[in-house]
Design a protein. Structure first.
Length: 116
């Protein structure tokens, strides 16, 4: 299993970024996928989850209305579109696959820094 995130970087407050996670090694289209983030000195938190078919999603209250999770099952990729970014969104963002409760696969993460 491989999960490879990309798309992070430095952005000014109010700006946008789109993260990508390329997945391989499992039947991507059969599973929900999630994005998590971990800010310096804080615990890792769930940001968004999308169903296997992409027809439903849910978000942390802190990002609702600003972030959108999506997926391309043909390309085995999950995305996180982040708009109206705030300094408190600064974190390492991780792609997550949980095939069953208690088993987690993580990418290495991509750093998002929101600063002027």
């Amino acid at each position: 299993v491989q999960l490879v995130e990309s798309g992070g970087g430095l952005v000014q407050p109010g700006g946008s970024l789109k993260l990508s996670c390329a997945a391989s090694g499992f039947t991507f289209s059969s599973y929900s996928m999630s994005w998590y983030r971990q800010a310096p000195g804080k615990e890792r938190e769930l940001v968004a989850t999308i169903s296997s078919g992409g027809d439903s999603s849910n978000y942390a209250d802190s990002v609702k209305g600003r972030f959108t999770i999506s997926r391309d099952n043909a390309g085995n990729t999950v995305y996180l579109q982040m708009n109206t970014l705030k300094p408190e969104d600064t974190a390492v963002y991780y792609c997550n696959w949980r095939p069953f409760w208690g088993m987690n696969y993580w990418g290495k993460g991509t750093l998002v820094t929101v600063s002027s």
